[in-house]
Design a protein around this ligand. Structure first.
Ligand code: GLN
Length: 495
């Protein structure tokens, strides 16, 4: 029974709870037990919220019994990335510099999850301030991949991806600045969607690179991801960059199929050095789409290859500005010094990890008077060219298809001392962030080593309904089994 509950999707759990077959408290307790059984091996969570989760679930049960209205995700367990502010609950961003920080308010996404009655079972691990692609940059130790615990889950939303993959929760919230929802989703065999910039409010999302950051859903099925996105999307007066128009209908078209749809296969990416297993996964996706009646043709994004260079100037530039607020004065860690300046310097030296320091230095340099035009301004021009590439591609295509990540999950430690190798993980994901457009990663089978492969679907701004529809059709055709299996999987841990 307990195992069956943790295997279920959000849609299945909602149906079972709605029919009175199971109580929200039982659902949440089963997932908390699963977390307790897997956490020692995975370390997906920085904080498990047992008591508040059970109290929220009991409240859902009580309101259901009383016939009171319930939210769209009533009683469904959810793993929340620890970069979204939760009132009164520590929010660390995977950093020592926020030690002791308890936000006085909820992020809009958190408030909407609460209003939808999703039950937050814990806050998940991440690369410090979401800077990284492996979750190894967390100040609190790495998360491990449920498919093979000697490997990384990807990052920076590695904790949420691992939690969803390990059946700790059917739903996860991640954030994506350059791939941090999609790449860990690919490496952990789950679905992850980065929404159109502005579709989901950033109020209460601790800022990394404000022109790129987006919050989005992670789940084991496309429908669950659509359901979750629907619960958090839409205008927010607290975020002036949130889009004014209401969110598009995400569920209505989900089962319309892809017959006649024009799919552009990103040719540069195919010619590139991706791992054989990823290439095979992509081929499976192409064949499946063609079987379903879609028309697949090559397209070119001539400037996408410059995306990494532009991203790794723009993101650190914005980060260096955003992270100046951690000065030891207002919140978090403080290391005393003889002067304010010395206190701030010591606090930042002790509080930030190596990767964050590297980004602050790169960004400060890129924005400095003598180098601004050569680096930051140039990167912004590349950003415009990439947007134009996408616009041109969408003249002949409805969606684009390519790999999510050049490889599958790599061993812990393999890239941590080589920042450039780590950055190259993001080569296929950053163009959508630079363009502000939505993109989704979907599992497309396993490589020869038994590790999940992700393929990426991209659409123009506000094309989420199309993305989800294509993903839903592909998902049904590919019939991927999300259960981690293999010699070193978390399935060795029996609840
Ligand atoms: N891996 C990328 C980086 O390190 C993307 C991170 C993200 O999307 N938050 O910046």
């Amino acid at each position: 029974m307990t195992a069956a509950l943790t295997r279920a999707t959000a849609v299945e759990l909602l149906a079972a709870m709605g029919a009175g077959e199971v109580a929200a408290v039982e659902v949440v307790r089963a997932h908390l037990e699963r977390i307790a059984a897997t956490e020692e091996r995975l370390h997906a969570f920085l904080r498990v919220l047992d008591e508040p989760a059970l109290a929220h679930a009991a409240d859902v049960d009580r309101r259901r019994a009383a016939g009171e209205p319930l939210g769209a995700l009533a009683g469904v367990p959810l793993a929340l990335k620890d970069i979204l502010c939760t009132a009164g609950v520590p929010t660390t961003c995977g950093s020592r510099i926020l030690e002791g920080y308890r936000p006085p308010y909820d992020a809009t996404v958190v408030a909407r999850l609460r209003a939808a009655d999703a039950v937050v079972v814990g806050k998940t691990n991440l690369d410090e301030f979401a800077m990284g692609s492996s979750t190894e940059n967390s100040a609190f130790g790495p998360t491990r991949n449920p498919w093979d615990t000697s490997r990384v889950p990807g990052g920076s939303s590695g904790g949420s991806a691992a939690a969803v993959a390990a059946f700790d929760a059917p739903l996860g919230i991640g954030t994506d600045t350059g791939g941090s929802i999609r790449q860990p989703a690919a490496l952990c065999g789950v679905v992850g969607l980065k929404p159109t910039y502005g579709l989901v409010s950033r109020y209460g999302l601790v800022a990394f690179a404000s022109s790129l950051d987006q919050v989005g859903p992670m789940a084991r099925t496309v429908t669950d991801a659509a359901l979750l996105l629907g619960a958090v999307a839409g205008p927010d007066p607290m975020d002036s960059t949130s889009l004014q128009e209401p969110a598009p209908d995400l569920l209505g078209d989900l089962d319309r199929g892809v017959d006649g749809l024009r799919v552009g296969l990103v040719a540069e990416e195919i010619e590139d050095g991706m791992a054989p297993g990823v290439r095979a996964g992509l081929a499976r996706a192409v064949e499946a789409l063609e079987r379903l009646g879609a028309k697949v043709a090559d397209v070119r994004l001539p400037h996408a290859g410059y995306g990494i260079a532009a991203y790794y100037l723009i993101a650190p530039s914005e980060a260096s500005s955003n992270l100046s607020r951690y000065d030891g004065v207002r919140y978090g860690l403080r290391v005393d010094g003889a002067t304010t300046e010395e206190m701030t310097a010591r606090t930042r030296d002790a509080g930030f990890g190596d990767e964050v320091k590297r980004r602050v230095m790169i960004g400060t340099h890129a924005l400095s008077a003598g180098y601004y035009d050569a680096y930051y301004a140039q990167a912004q021009r590349v950003r415009t060219l990439i947007m134009r590439d996408f616009a041109a591609a969408y003249e002949s295509c409805d969606v684009l298809l390519g790999p999510t990540s050049p490889g599958t999950a790599f061993p812990l430690g393999a890239k941590i001392d080589d920042p450039l190798a780590m950055y190259l993980n993001d080569v296929y994901t950053v163009p959508s962030n630079l363009a502000g457009a939505p993109a989704l990663s979907l599992p497309a089978g396993l490589d020869d080593g038994g590790l999940p492969v992700g393929v990426q679907l991209m659409a123009p701004a506000l094309g989420e309904p199309t993305l989800l529809r294509v993903a839903r059709a592909l998902e049904a055709e590919l019939a991927f089994d999300p259960t981690p299996r293999g010699a070193r999987s978390s399935e060795e841990v029996r609840a």
